[in-house]
Design a protein around this ligand. Structure first.
Ligand SMILES: C[S@@+](CC[C@H](N)C(=O)[O-])C[C@H]1O[C@@H](n2cnc3c(N)ncnc32)[C@H](O)[C@@H]1O
Length: 298
């Protein structure tokens, strides 16, 4: 993997190329400089017209490890690495954890390096790299998405992540969060932060709810990312929901009754919510007027 300036640049620098380099940086609007481990491909420097939304900076190996650990990446995962750089995150996912995946970057020189690095690491049969704008990459195949971008880029990506990824897919980001969509976990590695999200099922709306005794009522859910509020109407009772939480397709909430708090833990699947405990019989179906209304919060 390549760190720092290329050795082949040394003669140019010695021959007064330093002036030229500084000139190029100024001409390219310093677009390639970043706060940590700053580096750009020669192509980005010379052409300067690459539509970079984020300058290049490599994630340190210890942070890469923590990202993959936090996202519990394993052999059954398909990882999409957006803004892959020299491919180090995806290559580690394949080499150390047996995953497969795709890395995209807008810089063709970095993509060439990533392909070469994958070949050297012996994982070229499990990972693909291609030159692509990360805002155009289809995401529905991913079980894990890895990011080291910028806060505003994460925010622009958020609607695509929420609408294209399946419930239970994980997103792991080095350094930057996603605004109001709070991470489910944040880890610290040295001075760096790693944030993890699990894509929640979409449950916003009205559900027909059947309780343990077979009485039919209504479950109204107002979802905000992985959290929700609402109420459960059963007969004359209209009980507010407390601690409504989604982790992928798992749903968990409580309602306060006169007899105390009653907790419901279930799974969301195909327009139904069913209890995780097979001994329980309560369940919910999407109301007819709600069917197909699975537009995610963005
Ligand atoms: C901060 S670096 C991260 C590199 C790598 N993921 C890592 O963590 O080591 C961001 C990368 O995003 C790429 N990039 C910037 N804008 C992009 C865009 N619109 N589409 C695809 N890649 C982009 C840059 O070329 C750079 O390689």
């Amino acid at each position: 993997m390549r760190w720092g300036l290329r050795a082949s640049w040394a003669p140019h620098l010695a021959a007064g190329g330093l002036t030229l380099l500084v000139g190029l940086l100024v001409v390219t609007g310093l677009g390639c400089l970043s706060v940590t481990q700053s580096r750009c491909s020669l192509s980005s420097l010379v052409h300067g017209r690459l539509d970079l939304d984020v300058p290049y900076a490599g994630t340190r190996p210890a942070v890469v490890d923590r990202m993959l650990e936090a996202a519990r990446v394993g052999p059954s995962d398909h990882v999409i690495d957006l803004g892959t750089g020299d491919g180090r995150i995806l290559i580690a996912a394949a080499r150390d954890r047996g995953a497969r995946g795709l890395g995209v970057d807008i810089d063709p020189v970095l993509i060439g390096e990533a392909q070469e690095n994958a070949r050297r690491a012996g994982v070229a049969d499990r990972v693909r790299f291609r030159v692509e704008n990360l805002f155009e990459t289809p995401l529905s195949d991913a079980t894990v998405v890895t990011l080291f971008l910028l806060p505003e880029v994460n925010l622009r990506l958020r609607p695509r992540l929420l609408s294209q990824l399946r419930p239970g897919s994980r997103i792991v980001s080095h350094a930057f969060d996603m605004g109001e969509w709070r991470p489910d976990e944040t880890h610290r590695v040295g001075g760096a932060r790693v944030h993890l999200w699990t894509v929640p099922a979409q449950v916003d709306g009205v559900w027909r709810f059947t309780d343990e005794a077979g009485r039919v009522g209504e479950l109204r859910i107002s979802q905000r990312f992985q959290a929700f509020t609402g109420a459960l109407r059963n007969g004359d009772e209209d009980l507010p929901i407390a601690r409504g939480r989604l982790t992928g397709d798992r749903i968990d909430f409580a309602v306060a009754t006169e007899a105390g708090s009653r907790r419901y833990a279930g799974r969301v699947s195909g327009g139904r919510i069913v209890p995780t405990d097979p001994a329980q019989s309560w369940h919910a179906e999407r109301g007819r007027e709600e069917s197909g209304d699975e537009t995610p919060q963005t």
